[in-house]
Design a protein around this ligand. Sequence first.
Ligand SMILES: O=C(CO)COP(=O)(O)O
Length: 254
Amino acid sequence: MGSSGKFFVGGNWKSNGTKESVKKLVQDLNFAQIPSDIDVIVAPTYVHLPYVVENIKDRFQVSAQNCWVGKAGAYTGEIAPEQLKDLDVPWVILGHSERRSLLKESNEFVGDKTANALAHGLKVIACIGETLEQRESGQMYNVLEGQLSGIADRIADWDNVVVAYEPVWAIGTGKVATPDQAQEVHAFIRKWLADKVSPNVSSAIRIIYGGSVNDKNAAELAGKEDVDGFLVGGASLQAQSFATICNANAKVAV
Ligand SMILES: O=C(CO)COP(=O)(O)O
């Protein structure tokens, strides 16, 4: 079916950047040709957030890459949702596979963080995805269901959620999912949401793809019915590549 919402492109800068390189990227993005009818989000590191919020054009929305599971307080090294709101950061990425695998974030913890972020008025890009081993051993759908349930069990309102399907084997590997592979999983996610949450949520929610998206493969992926946008890592660090990806929406109304 595809989402009834706007095409959505997020740039996840991960743990990249210096003061100088972030300044240059923001300048280049401010000059880039981005279509007006899509949502575009950039997610710098915590330390670069204030600079980006203040210097990037309003046409871009800014996201953090993580946040704490509760209120601000005695949680050394953590940043709470109300602190992101205070900085005028409207979005947060949660459940990225790099955090699930390297920092052992569980489905339940990601669900709790999603609920807490939404309760504090943040919008959430919730990431799910299987490893190659899970895919090849026939566990893919179970894994995805577990990740979706971790969230669905804890939130009632999905209006401010975008689901990012990011197969772990495609992240940073140059091995992008084929358009058919992406479509198959996105359709599964949409059906799961229709069955377990509601048909309205299923038809409104944006399901975006991440994993080795670049300026060459984006248009073909975007042509798939249930691919409502992208979460881009490496290619989002180059303004020109990112702008090309932002222009890849082949489903614009004619
Ligand atoms: O993890 C990703 C976005 O969150 C994808 O990273 P790459 O685009 O570098 O593969």
